[in-house]
Design a protein around this ligand. Structure first.
Ligand code: HEC
Ligand code: HEC
Length: 143
């Protein structure tokens, strides 16, 4: 019996150590709790577009986004990335794929499935990777 308790304690001990080692940027906050704010000092300064690692990748956001809200009435990202404003703002125009719904129907405005830009386009933070990444990009990437 003592042996079993010892082994179980050991397993839980290792699990605790493993959990302590890899911690997401959210920290220990449960998913249903509001996260603390990102340390804005770590957010990378605005810069040139970031090379894509593979052709289907949603390009990563090369600027800060903390002041750009997306809600029911307004999508701040579109103030610069829409087809009528991108030239003036020197931004990349939103691609045509974003006007197509999941059934392939085209429309003249951003489809609901693409409305929450940050769902796919991730802003960047200057942080140490949580785990090692050995991903190698495709060699024939077009960009
Ligand atoms: C004030 C104008 C402005 C707003 C608002 C803005 N952006 Fe941008 N964005 C730019 C500009 C300018 C660039 C191009 C940066 C460069 O080339 O150096 C850019 C680049 C990008 C890119 C990279 C495109 C590529 O081809 O690699 C993405 C993705 C992006 N923005 C997403 C967003 C999202 C998501 C939001 C809203 C949360 C947003 N932007 C709001 C001006 C803006
Ligand atoms: C469901 C995921 C998803 C959402 C949501 C989404 N995008 Fe994209 N976005 C992509 C992918 C994937 C690409 C690259 C392939 C393509 O162009 O469709 C892309 C490409 C882009 C580009 C680069 C276009 C180019 O010609 O290089 C811009 C700019 C952009 N998105 C802006 C936005 C903005 C602004 C929003 C919000 C209104 C948004 N995206 C919402 C997935 C998404």
């Amino acid at each position: 019996m003592k042996k079993i308790i010892f082994v179980v304690t050991l397993i839980f001990g290792f699990m605790a150590i493993a959990q302590a080692e890899i911690q997401s940027l959210r920290g220990t906050n449960a998913l249903d709790k509001t996260n603390t704010k990102t340390d804005l000092k770590k957010v990378q300064p605005d810069r040139d577009t970031i090379p894509r690692a593979y052709v289907q990748q949603p390009p990563m956001v090369p600027h800060s986004v903390d002041k750009y809200s997306i809600n029911l009435k307004n999508n701040k990202c579109m103030d610069c990335h829409s087809w009528d404003k991108y030239k003036e703002e020197k931004a990349t125009k939103i691609s045509r794929t974003h006007f197509t719904d999941r059934d392939g129907n085209d429309s003249g405005s951003v489809d609901g499935s693409r409305y929450f830009c940050n769902q796919c386009h991730a802003p960047q933070v200057d942080a140490k990777p949580l785990v090692e990444n050995t991903f190698t990009p495709m060699s024939n990437i077009q960009k």
